[in-house]
Design a protein. Sequence first.
Length: 653
Amino acid sequence: MSHSSPLWQALPSAEIDWKDDTPISRNFDDIYFNPGQGLAEARHVYLLGNDIPSRWNRSTCDRFVIGELGFGSGLNFCVTVQAWCAAPEPKPKLHFVSVEGFPMNATDLDRALSRWPELNDIKQSLLARYPDPIPGTHRLAFLDGNITLDLWFGDVAWATTRWAEQDLRVDAWYLDGFAPSKNSSMWSDQVLDNISHCSPKGCTASTFSVAGKVKIPLRERGFNIYKKPGFGRKREQLFALKQRDSKHLKIDATPWHKSSTPNARPEHVAVIGAGLAGSFAAYALANRGIKVSVIDPEGIATQASGNAQGVVYCRIPKRHAPLGDFGVLAFRYATQLYRDLLSNKVLREGVDASLCGMLHTFPRDTDSELVLNVHKLPNLARIVDEHEARTISGIALSQPMLHFPQSGWIAPKPLCQALLSHPNIELIKDGFENLTFTDSRLHLKCNSQNVLADCVVFAAGTNTKDLVANALLPTKAIRGQTTQIPAINTITSALCNEGYIAPAVGGQHCIGATFDLDDADTSPRSASDQENLEKLDAFLAIKNRQVLGHRVAFRCTTPDYLPIVGPVPNNDAMQDLYQSLQFDGKRIIPEACPMQPGIFVLTGLGSRGLTYGPLAGELLASLLNQEPLPLANELIRALSPARFGIRQLKKRS
Ligand code: SAM
């Protein structure tokens, strides 16, 4: 991690004054919405201002994308969800993409929305998912995935530039970033260029302001401008209609992570591998109505995903770097999914999983940045003294700990079984041999049958690199042995330092795992059990436990410890196209990458499958299905399978 990279910091919270129950921003000296009439105003200016309900009615698309500048209290979002629920079938799924640089805390958000009892259910489900001010992108799913909210926590210029880089296609904009006189950042040329880039012909925008600073730049960017009757005492509001597609993108990096020939949206996907990676990929695809065939000769979760228990792990980063940034976003997403699976009884509490919290050691010379961040991220983590740590965990601890209340343990195999029980998924117990591409379809030859699919996702852990032809996937298998020990019945939360222990299941704890580099030994060793027991003793003074069982598995890790997610380049063609990067690594080559048609990878989850897998699966499905993406470009590139070939080229420069 470079020490010149910026410090990782929680975002500044919105500073709010209240006039009755109307929030007023101290940062911008402006109201969030009309006092007393916010709901009617939001409906008038944004929802009806963009003519949204009747567009849903007429729509033949399966997804309607709303882009918003300024999430604020989420009132516009809630009003839109309320209208969507009331809209007749058939209607497109709703995808709401919003940016917020100064997130309201949950208490303020609750108060701001409380005056409208009709929004209560929506507010409650928003609050149940509402993230702490963690910088980056947060995907929140509502109503069985029919409504997706992508909350981009960061500055508007940062977010909209990423949207433009990703060629986000928006159907309607809510331009709600305070009046231009109070907040010029929302109306800068850069932001408006980005908005225009993301606005195809027929896209609309509405805002309460008819100021020249809004009208003129939108007109210059290809929108026709109309004035509509405003809300309440406001005479007019603005409605804009995009006349033509237009590109405003300045390419400032070689788009080697993007495909030069994007795949069509698939109807049928084959997933090779039925461990955590394959299960998360299949589940995310199946949730989109895509038929998925999961192919594995050994069945569900037989390799590294077959350990008895794993902990949903998280660290708070010190500086911005892809590993820490992705880790904390993935943790938030994963715990949301597990909470939903437990509350829907797809996972059985205490048998398959428990979000009982996790205590983690942290350095005693705690740097103040961590302490400052933790104060601003109360749902993510808290520092607890040794007494409270004991109350939480049921075991004596000799030092303060970081408590992650949303974390817990999961039994990976029942999790995979639950994910793969989705009605759109079939499990084929067969060994994949090879594939050919004919007539725009992939023909997968397996040991005893052939499978036809539009796309294939290789998610076979350490075997993946041998299954994908002409790709550079430098993964390593790292041996890990877990050890089963008898229950210590007082343990009530997960505990981590170098190893982990979680509350017992079926009278046993699963502890471990060892991290044995360059070690291909598949047999359990008593030395590895001893190592696990010694670590437990050093951490929790738990001595001389009997070994009830053990298991060896091989994690699939990458050189940068980040997963590999995305389309697979044709390595030879990629090296040809980008060969000049070997002479000048900073050169910008505007062409996207020649990818292998229909071929994707999700692997390299290392020891963090339970944490990284859900968001990795969601990213993969969003890429495959041509949807708005749940991560910013810097992280999509950091996870891309193409990164290794590019690094190899640049190394020569
Ligand atoms: N749509 C909101 C609602 O439904 O409650 C109200 C939005 S409020 C009028 C404007 C929002 O823009 C505020 O929440 C503010 O924090 C946010 N904002 C202002 N400047 C920003 C910037 N440069 N980057 C990101 N967000 C910003």
